[in-house]
Design a protein around this ligand. Structure first.
Ligand code: SF4
Length: 373
């Protein structure tokens, strides 16, 4: 019987099966995966395997060349705009958890517009509205009103908020929201249950399903990812890759992207449970690029300037810059709680100069939007 959602695919891949597959990959498997333009699940496992770690140089070269071929020298910049840090969930890794004692704030529409105007003056044309998950403080009509006002001013308005149903996403698409980011955080249901002890986010399957509802509702770009450090990295990346491929095949109108957020220090949050080293991160980025040549790969300011400069050429196509992770933080400075610590504090101008020095053409205009309309 044909699988109808990604949850069905997950059932075919229990973690023990994935672990065994990754552990039994050989050097010949990795070399074959490097050359296969239509990679299989086994190829992905090979690229993520311990043997793959030993062939990192070959992976990096292949990944960089595929990226240049598919995306040219373009690099898209975006800025997150945090509109609220109220949250009803208790994620054990996050500074916005409802148990966290950080000062709370939800921006009024006017305050959010002022922050957006600041970002626009700085040169940003792609904006990501971010909030903690608490619809009482920032309900759907709030995002509708704000997005309708912003969509005239920005080439792209995306959201990273609480999961919505199909109609909720449709309403936001109608007022100009064109992108959805929703991380599963971890694809290991046991770890998921442990780090989400209470709140609506405990619904593992519902969260997975929301991504598909967003894509079905017309979100032109859809971003997924796992919070790196929560669970065993090789298996997590295997699931992320399968998820991205599933979405590409079933929601082909949406451009799918993968983010690589490494756990950072957060107020009251747990430390990384399965730390990810720099070379692990390189392997993950390269493996996803080789497995999914057309997928967008995103890197945020969680990583340091030095690391971002070195990771960019491997396959990254979209980065944030000059980010502030607290509501009102662009104009008012530090008054409420931040979600995580930002490590790359360069301004957009500095980032653009660096990107150009590395041979990139920074992209601010969303030509896709014009094309689609
Ligand atoms: S990760 Fe998201 S849902 Fe969880 S506590 Fe933080 S803001 Fe809330």
């Amino acid at each position: 019987m044909k699988a109808s959602t990604f949850s069905d695919i997950l059932k075919e891949w229990p973690i023990e099966r994935v672990r065994r597959l990754i552990a039994t990959r050989t050097e010949a498997d990795v070399k074959a995966a490097l050359e296969n333009p239509d990679g299989t699940a086994s190829d992905l496992a090979s690229l993520l395997s311990p043997v793959g770690s030993d062939l990192l140089e070959a992976m990096a070269q292949r990944s960089a060349s595929l990226t240049r071929r598919r995306f040219g020298n373009t690099l898209q910049f975006y800025a997150p705009l945090y509109v609220s840090n109220y949250c009803v969930n208790c994620c054990r890794y996050c500074g916005f958890s409802r148990h966290s004692k950080v000062p709370r704030r939800a921006l009024s529409i006017g305050e959010a517009l002022a922050e957006a105007e600041y970002l626009r003056d700085e040169g940003f044309r792609h904006i990501l509205l971010v909030s903690g998950e608490d619809p009482e403080h920032v309900p759907l009509p709030y995002f509708e009103e704000l997005s309708a006002l912003l969509s005239d001013q920005f080439a792209s308005v995306c959201i990273e908020i609480y999961p919505l149903d199909f109609e909720g996403y449709r309403r936001l698409v109608r007022v100009g929201v064109d992108g959805l980011t929703l991380y599963q955080e971890t694809y290991d249901p046991r770890v998921y249950e442990n780090v989400h002890p209470a709140g609506p986010k405990r619904d593992f399957t519902g969260r997975l399903q929301a991504v598909e509802l967003g894509a079905a509702a017309g979100m032109r770009s859809v971003g997924i990812g796992a919070l790196l450090g929560l669970a065993s990295r090789r298996e997590e990346m295997f699931y992320v890759g399968l998820h991205a491929r599933y979405l590409q095949r079933h929601y082909w109108r949406s451009h799918i992207s993968i983010s690589f957020p490494r756990m950072q220090k957060a107020a009251g949050g747990i430390p990384p449970q399965a730390p990810v080293t720099d070379s692990d991160l390189v392997q993950m980025i390269c493996a996803q690029r080789i497995f999914l040549p057309d997928v967008g790969l995103v890197l945020s300011t969680r990583e340091s300037a030095y690391r971002r400069n070195h990771l960019l050429p491997l396959g990254i196509t979209r980065i944030s810059a000059a980010s502030v992770t607290e509501p009102g933080g662009y104009l008012d400075g530090k008054q409420s709680g931040a979600q995580f610590e930002v490590h790359d504090k360069r301004s957009l101008r500095e980032m653009v100069d660096t990107a150009q020095a590395l041979g990139y053409d920074p992209v601010f205009k969303n030509w896709d939007a014009a094309y689609h309309s």
